[in-house]
Each structure stands twice: as structure tokens, then as C-alpha cells.
Design a protein around this ligand. Sequence first.
Ligand code: FES
Length: 101
Amino acid sequence: MSHPKTFLCRCEDVTLEEFREAYGEGFSELESLKRYTGVGTGFCQGKGCMSEAAAELARLRGIEPGQIRLTTIRPPAEPLTFGQLAALDEPIFHAAQEEEE
Ligand code: FES
């Protein structure tokens, strides 16, 4: 038994209870649970929660975790610091501004 305020996704403050309620409302795929609850959409882009969310969904559905279809990963695959962005050789933001002009 988990505490009602057990956080599944600490970045987006999604509790295990909210995740289970969303499943009970009919959101039975990880992608739809992600969109409905916000789980996995925070700063870490799911690194801190998606494996546990998949495991919990597998428990709820009574299947093996490996049978859960994972969500689509979108870039950036790794979070960047502002320092890393500032150190990029290519001036990506300036190039976009020049195209608009
Ligand atoms: S813990 Fe869920 S997105 Fe970071």
C-alpha cells in the first residue's frame, strides 16, 4: 500500500494515486497517461519516472513490464545546461533569426 501523496513523477508532481485514477478513467496506454497526467514531461524528460510508470501500468494491466509500449522520445535526448548551449560552435539561434528577416 502506498501513501496517497507518493510521487510517481517528481518533476511534474504527478502522484501514484493520480496515475492510477487516470488509468481507471480509461487511459490504458503509457502515451495517453503521459498526455493526460503529465508524467514524464518534466525537466528530466522521464528519466526519473517513466520506467516506474511503465512498471505500475504493467501491474495495473496484469502484464509484464516488457509488454508496455513506451512513449516517443523527442530531442533533446539529454538535457543541456545553459553553459553547454552557450559553448556551441554553431550560432543556431542567430541562424533562425536571419532566416526570418
Ligand atoms: S520525474 Fe517525471 S519527468 Fe522528471
